[in-house]
Design a protein around this ligand. Sequence first.
Ligand SMILES: Cc1ncc(C[n+]2csc(CCOP(=O)(O)OP(=O)(O)O)c2C)c(N)n1
Length: 281
Amino acid sequence: MGSRTAGTQQAALRKSGGLTPEQMVQFYRTMYLSRRIDDRELLLKKQQKIFFQISCAGHEALLVAAGMAMRPGYDWFFPYYRDRAICLALGNTVTDQLLQAVGAGTDPASGGRQMPSHWTSVPLNIVSPSSSTATQCLHAVGCAEAGVYWNARPQAALGSYGAGDYRKFKNIHFHNDEVVYTSIGEGSTSQGEFWEALNTASNAKLPVVFVVEDNGYAISTPVETNTPGGNISRLIANFPNFHFSEIDGTDPEESFRAMRDAVAYCRARTRHTPVLAFSER
Ligand SMILES: Cc1ncc(C[n+]2csc(CCOP(=O)(O)OP(=O)(O)O)c2C)c(N)n1
């Protein structure tokens, strides 16, 4: 009986990608919290206290998995506007997110200067995005390139232009095994920035995890209108140097296993390969 129980527990651990029951509860709580904040913001918008609301609904499992597989304040994050749940998993609080939503002067992300859902946190390494969709992919590639360059040439950042140690000035630290996360909706993959980012990440073998969240629509435009063949996975599966994964992003355990493997692959600098994961419609 005892060994059967141990066997069952081990099978459950394998299925969850190594997450303990306590971590699974935390996983669910973060998913639920994300949905509750979305619901509250929708109410605030109807009360005209928020002028812009973007929902993470349906994306929570994949995003909490990503947050739990990565290291806040150590890895780097270039999410897109649907990524509320990864920010919560990394350590953003409800107060942080609501202050940003209403554009409060006390908003820790930007003092109320950024748009709502333009996720930003200096201590968590969540980098403030542009509203131009897909540009975050190039920012992520630039960050990964900077990390690889500075890790290989620690003297390069030292004061050659008289400004002192640039990294200390900007409070930026690379550790030689950090991973860079970026995400994008499937509709925005039709933009050049996405393909430029893939080209450089592939050629330079950069440690970037690209997450394409395919929810079937670019806001309202069906995926078939944007993507030749209607499936972005098919178009990019054969890029050189990619570790590639297509998953059901509404399945928490499958999502965590995929994210864990993708992050480990990049962190190990096996081939410095970018990784692609996909959310299912
Ligand atoms: C360069 C650019 N073009 C257009 C827009 C307007 N816009 C914002 S979101 C969006 C659709 C994006 O769809 P998708 O990438 O599938 O993300 P989803 O919101 O569906 O998750 C568009 C066209 C923009 N922000 N930037």
